[in-house]
Design a protein around this ligand. Sequence first.
Ligand code: SF4
Length: 722
Amino acid sequence: MLYTRVGPHTRDLELHPSGLGRVPSELRECRTTGSVCGFCSTGCELSIHTRDGRAQGLTPSPTWPVNRGVACPKGWEALAVTQSAARATTPLLRDDGGVHRPIAWDRAMRLFADRFGAIARRHGPESVAFLSTGQIPSEEMLMLGVLAKCGMGMVHGDGNTRQCMATAVTAYKGSFGFDAPPYTYADFEQSDLIVLVGSNLCIAHPILWSRVVANRRDPAIVTLDPRMSETARASTLHLRLRPGSDLALFHGVARALIERGAVDQAFVDASTVGFESFARFVQAYDLPRVASATDLEVAQIEQFIELIAERGRASFWWTMGINQSHQGTRTAQAIINVALMTGNIGRPGTGANSITGQCNAMGSRLFSNTTALPGGYRYDDPKGRATVSRALSIDAGRFQTEPGHAYDRIVRGITQGEIKGLWIIATNPGHSWIDRRTIENALGMLDFVVVQDLFADTETARRADLVLPAAGWGEKDGTFINSERRLGRIRKVQRASGQALADFHIFRLAAAATGNGALFDTWTSPEHVFHKLKATTAGQPCDITGIEDYAMLDRHGGIQWPLPAGHPVEDQHRRLFEDGVFHHEDGRARFVFEPPRPLPETISARFPLLLNTGRGTSAQWHTTTRTQNSTVLARLHPPQAYVELHPSDAKHRCIADGDRVRVVSRRGKIHARAHVTRSVRIGEAFMAMHYATTNLVTRAQFDPHSRQPAYKACAIEIQRLE
Ligand code: SF4
């Protein structure tokens, strides 16, 4: 053993055989604290090395079962971005000239309470709303949801998680009866066939790609993506289908599998409902029809079907290519249907598996009090309201009986004059919202905007009347839940910048200022709140009442839900539905299906190209609020917005690689650098979402079931700039 941990984090540290996780000599005398990374949902643990209360550096934790001694570039730079000189260090109030001036916390909180209170008294409780995030710990999410809805009386609040995984939530609830991603990351290593749908795993989830590479079963890898992504290049089979045609493809695959007799009839009979009508429905999707709908060759589709039918264990993984499409929910359910009918669920190396995006998107799904009550209860379930009320010691009458508006409806509510005050926490819709001029207009119409974030220079914070400076990763305590349902701790190792406070403390201040201090009388530390949120899960599919305390999470390398009270942690890698019992009342999964719908915006003579958007590099995180503050990460991605277009489309427009171009849609015009590449199909283009201009051209279109924005296909033209 080359170094030891100090403090309560007591898992034995042995070096990975490859030497991964080695700690540089200058850090070996430091105190070491493990903390789950604050960027993506993979949930890697990073060991922070501190001396005299200041972080000196970090290394990926060698024994954490997720990342096993490795991290992506963002993880390595996690400290650097929070230590940036650009951090917000004091509350800021916009003056009459529009300039942000520092003010004291007590004045900031008085203004917070007075201004929101005055709006609510004048226009009603529906006139103040909040926009939350997948970036803060579950404990803080619970506090925000309780304070806003049970305390301040807000009716409408939603999270930026609506932008990344609402589709998966809706699909799982419909198919399984609960929002329950069924897998464990070990399934990547135990599959014979790994199907990646709308996922550039190499770039978006590089540590998960390392788990694919670690598979010793010689798996076939099939990638479904219109773009020749890094992942597609590394695949056995790349199905380069037409944007938005995945739903037709999976219906056709289901029909062909039935014809081949590749149905696991015993599983279908015992564990599902609706297969017969599904089988009748997919009869219309013969291979010539599907080939025509997808632009694929019949032989390619047959090869895909053959792999599903013949390979023993098939796992299906999807990300934003599905979630952010105009029919994402039904497409996700079409993937689930194929997994169910072939019995590829509940066994090692299988599953219909949504990988999510933000570090605690999974926590928001259970505890944010936005789309469901804490613990995953429905708002219209009186028994659920009573349970949550008891668990949190809050009168049941203070909980809503139906969810408030979804994100897009909140934005519309602002532009229609129904919502006058907005509290935005740890998110930057001024950059990330689809067709972002809609939110820019909305922000300009509000009477009072509060932004609570690490930085005061985001596109959104610059528009705020009041900025509340928040602590970042390494500066506060709590828990995250990763994509495979694993709870892990984030830990405070140093003071926040200036007067910035953990959101936990800001919510307590806000509660006191608004006369709701009693709500949090016993919520005196993140671990106290953890016990509250734990109590809301009793008897639910996500039951975590068996997690005794924070220290237990440390001892076991995180713990996946569920873990009911009295159950030992027997395995670090647990998947759901091994018993074939799902969460609908009858214990059976549902086949949910619908015919495909056309893309909401079609190409035309004026806008003849279809624009796809997505992640650019592993060095950029979403709106780059944090990653732009790392000089290391800045060297790992193009500094300016770029647009990928096919050589034939470039030639037609006299555009050469590197030319400055104008990207034009019905929403607006932006400038970018041309990247001429065969990675995109003829007639299509691609832009990375990390550049603030990208969403000036996207179109406000939504999956009807999940209200998730469909960022993936809008009509554009590209023109060379003289
Ligand atoms: Fe952090 Fe995600 Fe990178 Fe892991 S893969 S280090 S969780 S950003």
